[in-house]
Design a binder for this molecule. Structure first.
Ligand code: ATR
Length: 271
């Protein structure tokens, strides 16, 4: 019998994860089934309990359950604890282990797919919610020269920066408006694209040689990508990050690391 996995969300019908994991399973010869699982908004815990009882081996977690998954897990990996959010559950001998592969996926997409090493770079992280928190330590692990966190609510950026800086990392916080100078890498981890808007950053943060990545993706470039591209940046959507975080989850569950290049190309041509 094939091992069972799923992605839990609400809504979840749009999720590309089943396609990605089916492609990984085919490529690596792993026997598994990966499905979508719609959990009621007030029924995430009950859904996980039922999946465990049914012998499911693990699950990805998407909107709006990533914070609840971190509370529900009986153990957290260090990177999930740092993120305060879980996107990967591993059901192991009575334990529900919560992990977070989003940040590793982001860094893999920037460094390996976009061929943009982060070491020594000036990095700007927009946003200070769950998505930004998950990205922060994996970005810092690449040893950028500096990392600025900018957020609409600057106090949240300040809190994240203060915690990271106490470990000696070159991190500071800013409002969007007070940003100055050009950045090498800019990651939009705000939810602004969902609202069809762009964080009000000065256009001078972009320039030739800037990589501007939006964690969101869609059939069209996001408003952030359009704005960054109009001011000289190379732009990238979140599809590569999606495929890379899935590859990392696949590795957590199966101990096998899939090749992502062909799968990312397949997803782009299917989009
Ligand atoms: P996620 O898990 O996707 O990060 P979140 O934790 O709700 O979701 O965080 C959303 C982030 O997007 C926050 O940084 C939020 O800014 P605030 O902390 O000021 O709320 C940011 N955000 C949401 N809508 C935005 C908008 N229209 N413009 C700029 N930032 C926005």
């Amino acid at each position: 019998m094939s091992d069972r996995y799923c992605v839990i969300g609400n809504p979840v019908a749009h999720s590309k994860s089943p396609l990605i994991h089916a492609a990984f399973a085919l490529q690596t010869g792993q026997q598994l089934v990966y499905e979508r699982c719609l959990a009621p908004l007030d029924g995430f815990g009950a859904t996980v309990t039922a999946l465990v009882a049914a012998g499911c081996k693990g699950a990805n977690v998407t909107v709006p359950f990533k914070l609840e998954a971190a509370t529900l897990a009986s153990a957290l990996t260090a990177r999930a604890r740092a993120a305060g959010a879980v996107n990967t559950l591993h059901f192991l001998d009575g334990e529900i282990v919560g992990d977070n592969t989003d940040g590793a996926g982001l860094v893999a997409d920037i460094v390996r797919n976009a061929l943009c090493p982060l070491a020594g770079k000036r990095v700007l992280l927009l946003g200070a919610g769950g998505a930004a928190r998950g990205a922060l330590l994996p970005l810092l692990a690449e040893q950028p020269a500096s990392l600025v966190i900018a957020n609409r609510t600057v106090a949240s950026a300040q809190a994240l920066a203060t915690a990271a800086a106490s470990d000696g990392a070159p991190v500071s916080a800013s409002t969007f408006e007070a940003l100055h100078g050009r950045f090498d890498v800019i990651v939009n981890a705000t939810a602004a694209s969902l609202a069809g808007t762009v964080p009000p950053v000065p256009e001078t943060v972009f320039g030739p040689g800037t990589l501007a990545l939006d964690m969101m993706y869609g059939n069209e470039p996001t408003p952030f990508m359009a704005f960054a591209g109009a001011h000289g940046a190379v732009t990238r959507d979140g599809l590569g990050m999606l495929v890379e975080q899935a590859a990392e989850a696949f590795f957590v569950w199966r101990g096998v690391r899939p090749q992502t290049g062909a799968v990312l190309q397949q997803m782009r041509s299917a989009a």
